[in-house]
Design a binder for this molecule. Sequence first.
Ligand code: HEC
Length: 111
Amino acid sequence: MRSPSAVVVVASLVCSTITWAPARAQSPAPDAGVGRDLAAKLCSNCHLTDEIGGTAPRADVPSFAAIANSPRTTPETLAAAIILPHPEMPGIALTRAEIRHLIAYVVSLKK
Ligand code: HEC
């Protein structure tokens, strides 16, 4: 079981990174286009990662569009879901920049 406080700590670490990002010259701005390519490469085994729709690779896994449009999704819940590998999701080692790109992409799918 994940401890809720650990999730909050991790999520707030990432979110403070997001807030501070523009102040750091070497840290690239979150780019939804980069996030889209990462999602297609790393997440599309299980998730439907396209905004266009189509057939989900696995019926039991929510599409990224569905996640983006869920009322309970925030950048914090996304960060937590991506950083703390969810059940069955292999522990994919992502850099902070990659996590920010992925979050930017999922958020961009919100209608
Ligand atoms: C091996 C299959 C698999 C892969 C690969 C995978 N996921 Fe998931 N993902 C799942 C399953 C199953 C769920 C639903 C169960 C859950 O939420 O714990 C899920 C749920 C999620 C959620 C929603 C959690 C919520 O709050 O509802 C997010 C966000 C997510 N995945 C992001 C990603 C990202 C980003 C990647 C690629 C880096 C990825 N996943 C790769 C299986 C996978």
